[in-house]
Design a protein around this ligand. Sequence first.
Ligand SMILES: Cc1cc2nc3c(=O)[nH]c(=O)nc-3n(C[C@H](O)[C@H](O)[C@H](O)COP(=O)(O)O)c2cc1C
Length: 216
Amino acid sequence: MTEFQRIEYEPTPLLPPAPASGTAPAFIDLPRPRLAAGAPLMQALAQRQSTRAYADTPMTLDTLGELLWAANGINRPETGGHTAPSAHGFNEIDVYVALPHGVYRYEPALNRLVLKHAVDARNMTGYQDFVGKAPLDLVYVLRGSQVLATPPQQRELFAAISTGAISQNVSLYCASEGLATVVRGWINHRLLADALRLNEDEVPVLAQTVGRPQAQ
Ligand SMILES: Cc1cc2nc3c(=O)[nH]c(=O)nc-3n(C[C@H](O)[C@H](O)[C@H](O)COP(=O)(O)O)c2cc1C
């Protein structure tokens, strides 16, 4: 089976963001991760794969907190170091979280989510049919103002590398916890930037869907 056949699906038209389901608090404090949880790294590596069929099971706050900490949380509080590397430690990639009740930005330093837009923007994060069904879509956003000291010809490359490290952290966390995930580059950058209420210097780079796998 070729890769093209494996990722074939019916694309869906982009719809406007749906109204938020439930109330969207301005801040959501995240629980600390369980550091001894999950399958060992080698088993997680053995199980990592892309999945494109999701159950609509909601994600618990505990799981969301662990997932985001794994993505790019602070793992060395004494230095402010993150779980993912970034060139010069600029940490120019923000993790946005599209949930049924709102779009949030992850703040690693305070281990919390900050409300950006009280809409359900999951269906805006890509064209594929599972995108609005899974309980969570992450969007990795380059904050351009953070990399002005980087030579222009290296900015996109370094941002892509940092995004890859963050998304792989998420993929390995998912594999270790039996969650399904897929990273997605097929996004409408302009519409997604509007839905996430991004500033002029902020650019969506990649999306990643997370959820429980659909029962076979
Ligand atoms: C940068 C990048 C962009 C991708 N974009 C998409 C996408 O838009 N939609 C999708 O279904 N899969 C996407 N994928 C997932 C690949 O199709 C998948 O990794 C590949 O088919 C190999 O399958 P595996 O991840 O199960 O090993 C992307 C992967 C990468 C690294």
